[in-house]
Design a protein around this ligand. Structure first.
Ligand SMILES: NC(=O)c1ccc[n+]([C@@H]2O[C@H](COP(=O)([O-])OP(=O)(O)OC[C@H]3O[C@@H](n4cnc5c(N)ncnc54)[C@H](O)[C@@H]3O)[C@@H](O)[C@H]2O)c1
Length: 312
């Protein structure tokens, strides 16, 4: 069987780390794509990583390009094209810059890699993945957004530290849009089946929910730009679930067709990812407070989607 082809659209901070992880984990041949003005940058990063593959003994190629032809037939596309936040900005502030970029990417990807499993990372995430699907007319099985895996990892880490528990035992799910209204679902959060409320006081839980919601901004405030190690690993977990048919249950931004009472909207929900892409969406029993938070989050996403729809 030929090696898989992994196309990474955007060779910046997340794109570079995605290439590193895809090579290290030998997911397939990696093509790192950026705009013509940054073609040499993409080529240089790719060459550096391909030389790393020699050190690690990994049989895969890593190439850089600004030509979509080089991405033809990609099995997986991970899209980070666009600008990240600067301190003080919200993800929604990026819409004017990143919308034309996501449209360009969608048009080219539709032509050159129509069969790829696509994971969008660019912000504002839920609106960008919505626009990607609208523009390409692709299926919801094959077009997802990455946010919930990352937000759940942040939530798990903060809880593990507070509960003095192993990170291996903490199970969490963060649903809704990838913004400050996201919904860390405390009612389904356990340490290997033990409800988190048995181990952590409500006051501390409230602080952790708040820190999770602002988790991306905390890093932007420290570094002056967005996180990239954990975002890249989160998307690689989704890509691996697809490529290796792992049937993993991952919080993913998925196009909703009535689930949780929402339609024609991308938002984070628990989804099974396997060889069929998004194979199943699970509907959790949320309590009334969580339902209300999800509504608030959906309303926030809808506002950005409305801006996107109005600017055709
Ligand atoms: N979904 C999430 O959880 C999450 C987490 C962190 C960051 N992000 C977002 O991911 C995006 C990328 O972040 P980053 O830190 O890698 O940014 P970055 O600036 O380091 O890299 C982005 C790259 O995209 C390239 N680009 C611009 N237009 C392009 C086009 N038309 N085609 C191909 N490439 C193009 C740029 O030249 C740049 O190299 C940002 O929008 C950021 O907000 C999302």
């Amino acid at each position: 069987m030929a090696r898989k082809k992994i196309g990474l659209i955007g060779a910046g901070n997340i794109g570079g780390e995605l290439a590193n992880l895809a090579m290290t984990r030998q997911l397939g041949d990696v093509v790192l794509f950026d705009i013509p003005a940054k073609e040499n940058f993409a080529k240089g990063k790719a060459l550096d990583l391909e030389q790393t593959s020699a050190l690690l003994g990994k049989d895969c190629s890593v190439t850089g390009t600004s030509k979509w032809e080089d991405l033809a037939g990609a099995d997986v596309l991970i899209v980070t094209a666009g600008i990240p936040r600067k301190p003080g900005q919200s993800r929604d502030d990026l819409v004017a810059t990143n919308l034309p970029i996501i449209r360009d990417v969608a048009d080219a990807a539709k032509k050159h890699c129509p069969d790829a499993f696509v994971i969008v990372i660019s912000n504002p995430l839920d609106a960008m993945v919505y626009e990607y699907k609208r523009r390409t007319g692709g299926s919801r099985q094959k077009i997802v957004g990455m946010a919930g895996v990352l937000d759940s990892a942040r939530f798990s880490l903060f809880l593990a530290r507070e509960a003095n528990a192993s990170i291996k035992d903490v199970r969490t799910m963060v649903l809704g849009g990838h913004g400050d209204d996201m919904v860390p679902v405390l009612s389904h959060c356990t340490v290997n089946g033990v409800p988190i409320q048995k181990l952590v006081k409500q006051e501390a839980l409230d602080k952790i929910v708040d820190r999770t919601r602002k988790g991306g901004g905390e890093i932007v405030g420290l570094m002056g730009t967005s996180a990239y190690y954990a975002p890249a690993f989160s998307a690689i977990a989704m890509a691996e679930a697809y490529l290796l048919d792992q049937k993993r249950l991952l919080a993913s931004a998925v196009y909703l067709e009535g689930e949780y009472g929402y339609k024609d909207l991308y938002m984070g929900v628990p989804a099974v990812i396997g060889a069929g892409g998004v194979e199943k969406i699970l509907e959790l029993d949320l309590n009334d407070a969580e339902k209300a938070m999800l509504k608030k989050s959906a309303d926030s996403v809808q506002k950005v989607v409305d801006i996107v729809k109005a600017s055709t």
